[in-house]
Design a protein. Structure first.
Length: 551
């Protein structure tokens, strides 16, 4: 094996968390910063217990039953951390210099308020080693902890986890759970936040247990049966909301051997750690320590129409009633051992029952039927709302085409127009979709052709108003619709989408005309319409037709 030192181990952790293995010996690491500022724990100034904000209250209230001070000003008791500033300075002044002490590399750091990027150019031998150890994965969307990490020294294993923490580890004062310690209330949690990748959460759980005997409080999966078990989002038209990140949650007091090199993360981690240590919680609270308990029929979750969604890993495109069942499906070796020792493995997988039952098939069937019954009940509850929504959609589709009070009123008209355009232009049938309310990746997760074309774009959150894809050659078409006079801002938005997704044709269409300033800009420099040697076409929507500008 390639000679591993702490710096290489740390780099491997960074890559697993948020890395891209580029061409030409280049590795790039993303340090996302979703919020510029983050706050620490609110503590009562009188007794130092946790203070929280009751519903409809302006000030915080102490959780100490012997205090209950209720006029606490949050701004006076919470520390505030500037994450954007800390991420950039930490990557540039701490992380990069640390890597340089053990790796021959050239590094570059760029940053915005929402993200810091570290780009490294490394030597050929190390680059080949990294490609090989993660093969076939080339970015964090599909990486797991390589088996080779288990053979590292303890110091290098710790540095590997440190790399994971700096990229996908989060200390958040709002993530506490209601537990009473000897000296305080509210047990603080830290977590690994994993986007899209279904392999990594269980990989982290397996590794921390096997190598460090550390507890994991729970894994919160981005699966429809877990995140939208009552189908509230689904029936509100937010069918892709389940596809949020996975979170591997743990208590900081067991993880003192690790550290963040991102300073704001480390300071907040120390806050949470000290709170829990001072509170003195007795229980270890590990999901595995509590055992796999038999599921009761009243714990069955409703069937969810997105259980076979294409955005899910193939191994979890099915129904689950408990998060540990997803752990098992994704390779948890500890639950797999329990399953192997159970009397009827299929029964255990469905219900958690480990002993022999003569009526096992009937039990499994009862669980399946219950899931469908629950769905039917929920669907009936929302039926009147669905019918009303359908009528509204039909009215919008058949309204007078010369009247567009809102931009969304143009979408159904442009969907029909684009279908006809694609048929006339390339003699192919097509699928055309209103994608205005979701990113392309989320929307395409229900369509095989769209999903294969746009699967890697979800982190870029692009939302063209209308997207078409031909059914034979899979050519793609974007429409950005407006009801305002078109200017550089509107053109720039569509060009941005095109530079990300590279559609075969793109249209900027409005019910109004083009501005004089945009027209002059095009006359002076026609290149502003171009992306990848293609050109955006600009048109005006009149009734159900589009008239393209002669420019």
């Amino acid at each position: 094996m390639f000679q591993i030192n702490p710096q290489i181990a740390y780099l491997l952790g960074l890559i697993t968390g948020k890395g891209y293995i580029e061409n030409n010996n280049i590795i790039s690491i993303e340090f996302p910063c979703n919020n510029q500022f983050i706050e620490g724990i609110a503590s009562c100034p009188k007794c130092n217990w946790l203070a929280t904000k009751p519903k409809n209250a302006n000030n915080l209230k102490c959780k100490n039953p012997n205090c209950l001070k209720d006029d606490i000003d949050a701004s006076k008791v919470k520390k505030t951390y500037d994450q954007s500033k800390s991420f950039y300075s930490s990557v540039k002044s701490i992380i990069l210099p640390f890597l340089e002490t053990g790796i021959n590399l050239k590094g570059d750091v760029i940053s915005s308020k929402t993200c810091t990027f570290l780009t490294l150019t490394i030597e050929d031998d190390l680059y080949k080693f990294i490609k090989n150890i993660f093969n076939p994965a080339i970015n964090f969307f599909s990486m797991k902890i390589p088996d080779e990490v288990s053979s590292f020294t303890k110091e290098c294993k710790i540095e590997y986890i440190n790399g994971l923490l700096d990229t996908i580890g989060y200390a958040n004062a709002g993530g506490w759970i209601p537990r009473d310690g000897k000296n305080n209330h509210g047990r603080m949690r830290v977590y690994f936040q994993v986007v899209k990748n279904y392999e990594l959460p269980v990989s982290i759980d397996n590794f921390l247990r096997s190598e460090f005997n550390l507890p994991i409080q729970t894994i919160d999966w981005g699966h429809p049966n877990i995140r939208d078990a009552k189908l509230e989002d689904f029936f509100k038209g937010k069918s892709s909301s389940f596809g949020r990140e996975h979170q591997v949650k743990f208590f900081p007091e067991y993880y003192e051997i690790f550290k963040f090199r991102i300073e704001s993360k480390q300071k907040l981690f120390e806050e949470l750690l000290q709170h829990n240590k001072n509170a003195q919680f007795k229980e270890r609270e590990d999901w595995l320590d509590s055992g796999i308990k038999e599921l009761k029929i009243n714990q069955v979750k409703s069937f969810h129409p997105n259980e076979d969604n294409l955005s899910l890993d193939k191994r979890v495109r099915k129904h689950f009633d408990a998060f540990w069942q997803i752990n098992l499906a994704m390779g948890c070796k500890f639950i797999q051992s329990i399953k192997n020792n159970s009397s009827i493995p299929d029964l255990f997988e469905k219900t958690g029952i480990q002993d022999y039952r003569e009526n096992s098939n009937n039990i499994i069937e009862e669980f399946n039927n219950k899931s469908q019954i629950l769905f039917n009940d929920i669907q009936n509850k929302y039926q009147s709302k669905l019918q009303s929504k359908t009528k509204t959609t039909l009215r919008n589709n058949f309204k007078l085409l010369d009247d567009y009070p809102k931009e969304k009123d143009t979408y159904p008209v442009l969907v029909e127009w684009l279908k006809k355009f694609i048929k006339d232009d390339i003699q192919e049938d097509s699928g055309v979709y209103d994608t205005s309310l979701q990113t392309i990746s989320n929307f395409s997760s229900n369509d095989e052709s769209l999903f294969s074309r746009f699967n890697n774009l979800d982190q870029l959150s692009i939302k063209p108003d209308v997207v078409g894809i031909s059914k034979e050659n899979f050519k793609t078409f974007f429409i950005e619709s407006k009801i305002t006079i078109l200017g550089l801002k509107e053109l720039g938005q569509l060009i941005g989408y095109c530079m990300v997704a590279n559609p075969d044709k793109a249209f900027l269409i409005s019910t109004k005309t083009i501005s004089d300033s945009l027209l002059k800009s095009i006359q002076r420099n026609r290149n502003i319409l171009q992306y990848f040697n293609k050109e955006v076409r600009i048109g005006t929507l009149k009734k159900d037709q589009v008239e393209f500008l002669n420019i």
